[in-house]
Design a protein around this ligand. Structure first.
Ligand code: KIV
Ligand code: ZN
Length: 498
């Protein structure tokens, strides 16, 4: 039977420890709610004893989230555990995550202790936590570098003491995937009561192997993975949620499943990146800007023929609208033709050759070719026929104490129609008027206004992207009046709907 892997998200604890990534309580609640939508099983909401702010965040997240278990981190210290239990008082489902270092480095140099004493402290902490909550997870810090026989002894004792989950962190990101997998297998085979607890992975990415180690752990018997959005976390970060979830989803032969709604992945990634002011590297797996962008001509041609030629994931599965065909000097005719088609231009083979020649000339000088550039290359005259929709006149009323209203007059194949609408601003009002006129259900996907040069009297360029029945349409205009440019661009896009 397919095994369900528990997703334990620690973005708000291990992820938030990163300098500069701190969130306030309101921001943490927003992330926690999005994690709930994403479908994570456990949210590690903070380390309550570390500061009043962290304590308060755990309290507020506990009140705001219903489905996931809320977890609070502690050291193997009674005071920490009491404070954690207090912070979880409003949680519908709660867990205390307590633990201590078990590697010889931690035992000797960090804790100044010895192996027997560490076992005692671990057992005491788990027993104490179990008096307060039913669900207690134990972490053996630096388990990645802990001798397996000693680790098995600690784990056996904490399970006897009542631990429901045993976390085996590769705290320093040291292990190789084979080594980490063998460690988990060792525990499965050498801890007599291991069936009484779930084994959890917690891998750091110091050698870039966090995802591989986590998967190796799961393949060898772990039932929970500790992950963060975008892989954020201490130093090189933690295992990234999206990588593990999508690897499990792509590899059916593993026979694992997660309860993650993968279509929420991009939204969650963007939210975390924005709130934490932590940009995602463009080539980051799954969530990077280029993760579904194809720029070489051979790849673009292959993707346009059948996306599976070069994509193992349908971008829609993770919440990306479509794979991007980035036009550069390496793009081929097929990609250029496709993009021109979306912009409303159609060329026969010989005309396309000519446009392609001009495109290559420009692409040699410029890294990426934008839609504006293509408009210029293609030339307005080459556009197939006259645009079906045109803006005849536009009048807007707006101001600080006025309800923004727009009256739009358009011509449709020679006949003229007028509509007035209000909105939250003049552009919104005008767009609504256009939508009412054309009676098409469209969603504005992107709206970009750029000043071409410096002065306030210069041209503003507007790009819009709209969606209608699953297809995207692009519109462009430039005008010294940005409201007019916006409405023209919108009409340009709407007019491309067949
Ligand atoms: O990396 C680690 O060992 C941790 C523990 C506190 C779980 O984050
Ligand atoms: Zn960690």
């Amino acid at each position: 039977m397919t095994k369900k892997i528990q997703i334990f998200d620690t973005t708000l604890r291990d992820g938030e420890q990163v300098p500069g990534c701190q969130l306030n309580t309101i921001e943490k609640i927003e992330v926690a709610r999005q994690l709930e939508k994403l479908g994570v099983d456990i949210i590690e909401a903070g380390f309550p004893v570390s500061s009043p702010g962290d304590f308060n965040s755990v309290v507020e997240i506990s009140k705001s989230v219903n489905q996931p278990v809320i977890c609070a981190l502690t050291r193997a210290v009674k005071k920490d555990i009491e404070v954690a239990a207090e912070s979880l008082k409003y949680a519908k489902r709660k867990r205390i995550h307590t633990g201590i270092g078990t590697s010889d480095y931690h035992v000797k140099y960090k804790l100044g202790s010895n192996r027997d004493e560490i076992v005692e402290r671990a057992v005491e902490a788990v027993k104490f936590a179990r008096k307060m909550v039913d669900d207690v997870e134990f972490y053996a810090e630096d388990a990645g570098r802990t001798d397996n026989e000693y680790l098995a002894r600690v784990i056996e004792e904490v399970i006897k003491a009542g631990a429901t989950v045993v976390n085996i962190p590769d705290t320093t990101g040291y292990c190789l995937p084979s080594e980490y997998g063998e460690k988990i297998a060792w525990l499965v085979n050498n801890v007599p009561n291991i069936d009484k607890a779930v084994i959890s992975t917690h891998c750091h990415n110091d050698l870039g192997m966090a995802t591989a180690n986590t998967l190796s752990g799961v393949i060898n018997g772990a039932g929970q993975v500790e992950v963060t959005i975008n892989g954020i976390g201490e130093r090189a970060g933690n295992t990234s949620l999206e990588e593990v979830v999508m690897a499990i989803r792509c590899h059916h032969s593993l026979d694992f499943e997660t309860g993650i709604d993968t279509r929420q992945i991009i939204k969650t990634s963007k939210l975390v990146s924005t709130l934490m002011r932590m940009p995602v590297q463009p080539n980051k797996a799954i969530v990077g800007r280029n993760a579904f962008a194809h720029s070489s001509g051979i790849h673009q041609d292959g993707v346009l023929k059948n996306r599976q030629n070069y994509e193992i994931i349908d971008p829609a599965e993770v919440g990306v609208k479509e794979s991007a065909i980035v036009l550069t000097a390496r793009s081929g005719r097929a990609a250029l033709k496709h993009r021109l088609h979306l912009l409303g231009y159609e060329f026969d083979t010989s005309a396309l050759d000519e446009v392609y020649g001009r495109f290559l000339e420009l692409a040699d000088k410029k890294k990426d070719i934008s839609d504006d550039d293509l408009e210029i290359i293609a030339g307005k005259s080459k556009k197939t026929g006259r645009p079906p929709l045109e803006l005849v006149s536009l009048q807007v009323v707006c101001g600080k104490t006025t309800i923004p209203t727009a009256t739009v007059r358009i011509s449709f194949r020679g006949d003229e129609f007028t509509e007035t609408a209000s909105g939250n601003g003049p552009i919104d009002a005008a767009f609504t008027a256009v939508v009412n006129l054309v009676k098409r259900r469209v969603r504005l996907e992107e709206f970009l206004i750029q000043a071409i040069t410096r002065g306030s009297d210069d041209l503003g360029k507007v790009h819009v992207q709209i969606e209608h029945k699953g297809d995207n349409y692009y519109g462009f205009s430039a005008n010294t009046d940005i409201v007019t440019a916006s409405v023209e661009a919108f009409i340009d896009a709407v007019g491309k709907i067949a």
